[in-house]
Design a protein around this ligand. Structure first.
Ligand code: ATP
Ligand code: MG
Length: 351
């Protein structure tokens, strides 16, 4: 197949990890006889330095034409406040312009990397969960007001916003173990009561084959640490998703391991590792690129419909991890850690 993929390296370790992602995409194209056109564009702090804007119009136009967008990370101390234009504004604008409303974060801890200092192996065994976080509504985007001695953040959800993200999550659950957990705080929040009733209706009308469970967010936070293997797909609103995805990320050991996808109404999606620009290790060739390589697998699956290729990438990553090709954040102090490019090469060799 032919596809146009926008590549936005961004800041800090972004360019280093994204380079492995583009090498991998080229290798997939070659092995599976596809034609991927990869076009790079500036984004974030790098774009501010070049053009004054964190999302230049040319970058946005490229992303709108593309079948998928691969992003590294944006931000860094150079553009922290008091700087007026911030790299993160570019990312928020890009998500909004592309209409991306569902953020997917799969968590599948690798046995050889279990962090047994924090969790017992029997708790981690069999964990294979996917958190779907609503990305456009809720308290982050409601009206905000500050008075002298009090402040307000309105939490607003419309029926349509709930419908579309629940539908997306149910479709994903259908392709997995068919279990959906909807997380809310319906005992105290009106938006959560709306969320719960809409979820109930959509699943019973359109997804009778899916087993739906409702869970309060506080109970879910506890359950994620106690019995994470019980979950298949979790769907939740924006702020709860923000918090729960960071918690779930800890199940897999290193923040460098985790991929993400942001999806909208059509197939075009934005794919990025969940970690930030890690300015403390940038430019040294030591960053862990596995999260980016797994994001490439998600891109192949969700935007290009290439399931077989996605699985091949995931299998190559698993084999590379099994062979002990580990960056410094994953390896024991006594062993020689692999560099960023070395990991990229190892995964490509195993494809
Ligand atoms: P943001 O605000 O963008 O989330 P942050 O500073 O909160 O950024 P990260 O940039 O993700 O978070 O960095 C957190 C820590 O994790 C840092 O010590 C960083 O070096 C480390 N880290 C992040 N990503 C990686 C990676 N891919 N490989 C190795 N270490 C990483
Ligand atoms: Mg952070």
């Amino acid at each position: 197949m032919k596809a146009l993929i926008a590549v936005l390296p961004g800041d800090g370790i972004g360019p280093e990890v994204v380079e492995q992602g583009t090498r991998l995409l080229k290798a997939v194209a070659e092995r599976f006889s596809h034609s991927f056109e990869l076009v790079e564009a500036p984004m974030g702090g790098a774009a501010i330095d070049l053009t004054g804007s964190p999302l230049p119009p040319e970058t946005l136009a490229l992303c709108q034409r593309a079948d998928a967008v691969l992003l590294g990370a944006v931000g860094g101390p150079k553009w922290d406040p008091p700087a007026k234009v911030r790299p993160e504004q570019g990312l928020l604008a890009l998500r909004k312009e592309l209409g991306l409303f569902a953020n997917l974060r799969p968590v599948t801890p690798v046995p050889s990397l279990y962090d047994t200092s924090t969790l017992k192996p029997e708790v981690l065994r069999g964990v294979d969960l996917l958190v779907v976080r609503e990305l456009t509504g809720g308290i982050y985007f409601g009206e905000k007001r500050r008075e002298e001695d009090r402040a307000f953040d309105a939490c607003v959800y419309t029926v349509d916003e709930v419908v579309r993200v629940v539908r997306a999550a149910a479709v994903l659950a259908r392709a997995r173990r068919k279990r959906l957990t909807s997380v809310d705080k319906a005992n105290v929040l009106e938006t959560s009561r709306l969320w719960r009733s809409v979820t109930e209706r959509i699943v019973s009308e359109e997804f009778p084959d899916i087993e739906l469970k409702h869970m309060l967010v506080d109970a879910c936070a506890m359950h994620l640490i106690k019995r994470p293997a019980d979950f298949d797909v979790i769907v939740t609103e924006n702020m709860f998703g923000d918090i729960l995805t960071d918690e779930a990320a800890m199940l897999s050991g290193s923040i460098g391991m985790l991929p993400s996808a942001s999806l909208g109404a059509n197939r075009r999606g934005l794919y990025e590792p969940i970690h930030g620009s890690a300015p403390d290790i940038a430019g040294r060739g030591v960053a862990n690129p596995y999260g980016t390589l797994l994001s490439v697998a998600m891109l192949l699956r969700h935007s290009l419909g290439l399931e077989q290729e996605a699985r091949a990438v995931e299998a190559a990553v698993a084999s590379s991890l099994d062979a002990g090709v580990l960056t410094a954040d994953l390896s024991a102090p006594s062993t020689r850690p692999a560099g960023t490019r070395e990991v990229g090469g190892s995964v490509i060799d195993r494809l």
